[in-house]
Structures are given as structure tokens and as C-alpha cells.
Design a binder for this molecule. Structure first.
Ligand code: PEP
Ligand code: MG
Length: 316
């Protein structure tokens, strides 16, 4: 019965009163596309391109190899959005030929966009490959950079996209608290934001995402994290731009309602979570989601935030 109820609720993501929240899939390459299509994803909200770089420990994949992989993903969503993240190497995703070996704190070192700005040839090849892959397709290509810290980072990325002749929207991931605090300034350079809540939690709470002993602080219900989500979404709204979530937070159906209430404009998650998030979102109005979000932000712990949001949504 549960399966029947889930398949009945296919279609675009929306609250019960019709406020649209596109539900997108996180993918690591063409192999993840069938499950995303099957789950009714409206596009891809995070294409983690790192996976393409894992086959060879000495060099980046050739432009041709990249074009082929990007094209397969872009072709699967002819009318949809596909948000590609440029290479996020370093820290929890080390690449031998790019990542410095001697950093005392790799998560605080040269990773993400910082790596690409140190290796402009790698970034240029990736952007050129994306431009070629999207040529002639009706897809809405969006390209974003991981680990943007400030406006200078956002500008450096946007400039690189323009120089590569990429005809796409350029965006910044919000994964560092400084980016959430100064989101309006970053939005002077790019057209959209996407919250990477896994890293945003790590850097907000100084809690390594790979260390189980501090996992309590990695809980995406932490009210401080919700505050940073709200700041980012408000900044995007003020600038008339979009602000999605592509971290694990989006895959929790109850939290997805809270994120919607905080003003997030799209949710991207592993394909398997999409039917559950769609079904839960469809049960509540936008106003209910906003009340649940306010209740969660008023709490003093992740657990209290969860209980408070649940109480609002179940009408207690
Ligand atoms: C995140 O940090 O939330 C994110 C989506 O990126 P990744 O998990 O790949 O670092
Ligand atoms: Mg991240």
C-alpha cells in the first residue's frame, strides 16, 4: 500500500497549496541517471564530477572523455535543469595529482574551488568540456563551484566560466559560513546559490564530517545551521535569484518541509529519497512549512528542532 501511495504521488514537487519546489537528483555520473529518471527527478541538482576523476591517479580525464560523460547526463533531462559541480578535490575527496600531501588540516586547506584556481588548466578543460557537451541540447545547464568563501572566489569562478565561452548559469555553493553571512555580496557575481549542508555543518560546528565522535554536531537539524540556510535563502530572494539545497538535509522529508519554509527554492537528493520527500511536501501548505521552520529555529538543539517542527506539522 505504501508503494502504491508513493507511485501515485508522482509529478513535480509542490506543497499542498501548489507552491512549487523542484525535486532534483544528486548523481555521480551517467550510471546514476536511470534511478533519477525512475524516481521522477525534475533534473539534476548536484552532479558530483569527482567520480570521473577517480580512474586515473596521475592526471585529469581527457576533454573527450568528460564531454561524453557530461553529455549522457544532460541528454537524460532534455527540458530539465542540470546543475554540474566542477571538481571538488581535497579533504574528504583527495586526488593524488592535485591535493597537497602535507597539509595539517586538509579540510581547511587547498580544496574545492581553491584547488581549481591553483590548477586553471584543469578548470578550463572541465568548463570547455561542459560547453561542448551542452551544445545543441535544450537542457538548462547550470554550473557551480564548491567551497566558495567570498565574493572574490565567486568572481574568479564566473570569470573562468565566461572565458571558457560557457553559456550557462553560474552559481556558488554555500558550504562555508562566510558565504552564508555574505550571500548578497556573492550574488553580485553569480546567478544562484546551492547549499551544501554537509560541509556547511562541518565548518559551522568545527566538526569533521568524517569523525563519528562529533556526529551530533553534524546533525542538519541544528538550529545554527537552519539560521545560515535562512540567511542564504533571504539573500537570494532579495536579489531575485534561486537558492537550493543539495546536501543530505534535503533527503529528510520533514526537514525538506522546514527548508521549504525557510525559503529554499529547490531540493536535490539521492534518487531513492525523492518519492518520500515529494509525498511529505504534498501534505502541507507553504504557511505550515513556514510555521514549522520558525518553530525549528526557535529551538535550542537539533532534537528539539525536530520535535517542534513535527508538532507544528501534525497540528499538535
Ligand atoms: C555538501 O557538502 O553538502 C555537498 C553537497 O557536497 P559534498 O557532500 O559532495 O561535499
Ligand atoms: Mg561539500
Amino acid at each position: 500500500a505504501r508503494k502504491a501511495a508513493l507511485s501515485a504521488s508522482s509529478g513535480p514537487g509542490a506543497t499542498s497549496d501548489g507552491h512549487k519546489v523542484p525535486l532534483l537528483a544528486n548523481v555521480g555520473g551517467p550510471g546514476d541517471v536511470p534511478a533519477a529518471v525512475e524516481a521522477g527527478a525534475e533534473g539534476v541538482g548536484l552532479f558530483r564530477t569527482e567520480f570521473l576523476f577517480l580512474d586515473d591517479s596521475e592526471r585529469a580525464p581527457s576533454e573527450e572523455k568528460q564531454v561524453e560523460a557530461y553529455r549522457k547526463v544532460l541528454e537524460a533531462f532534455p527540458e530539465g535543469r542540470v546543475v554540474v559541480r566542477v571538481l571538488d578535490a581535497g579533504a574528504d575527496k583527495p586526488l593524488a595529482f592535485l591535493t597537497p600531501a602535507d597539509e595539517p588540516n586538509p579540510a581547511l586547506g587547498v580544496r574545492g574551488l581553491r584547488t581549481l584556481l591553483d590548477h586553471p588548466d584543469v578548470l578550463r578543460t572541465q568548463l570547455t568540456a561542459l560547453a561542448k557537451a551542452a551544445a545543441g541540447l535544450p537542457v538548462h545547464l547550470e554550473v557551480m563551484a564548491p567551497m566558495v568563501a567570498d565574493r572574490a572566489d565567486a568572481k574568479a569562478f564566473a570569470d573562468a566560466c565566461q572565458e571558457a565561452g560557457l553559456r550557462a548559469k553560474f552559481g556558488a555553493m554555500v558550504e562555508i559560513p562566510s558565504a552564508a553571512l555574505r550571500a548578497r555580496s556573492i550574488l553580485q557575481e553569480v546567478e544562484f546559490l546551492s547549499l551544501g549542508t554537509n560541509d556547511l555543518a562541518q565548518y559551522t560546528f568545527a566538526a569533521d564530517r568524517q569523525v563519528g565522535a562529533v556526529s551530533r554536531l553534524q546533525d542538519p537539524w541544528q538550529p545554527a545551521l537552519l539560521d545560515l540556510v535562512a540567511l542564504s535563502a533571504e539573500a537570494a530572494k532579495a536579489e531575485g535569484k534561486s537558492c537550493g539545497v543539495c546536501g543530505e538535509a534535503a533527503s529528510d522529508p520533514l526537514l525538506a518541509c522546514v527548508l521549504t519554509g525557510l525559503g529554499v527554492t529547490s531540493l536535490s537528493m539521492g534518487a531513492a529519497s525523492i518519492p518520500y520527500v515529494r509525498a511529505t511536501l504534498a501534505k502541507y501548505t507553504l504557511a505550515q512549512c513556514e510555521r514549522a521552520a520558525a518553530a525549528a529555529r526557535a529551538a535550542d538543539s537539533a532534537e528539539e528542532a525536530r520535535v517542534a517542527a513535527q508538532a507544528v506539522l501534525s497540528g499538535e
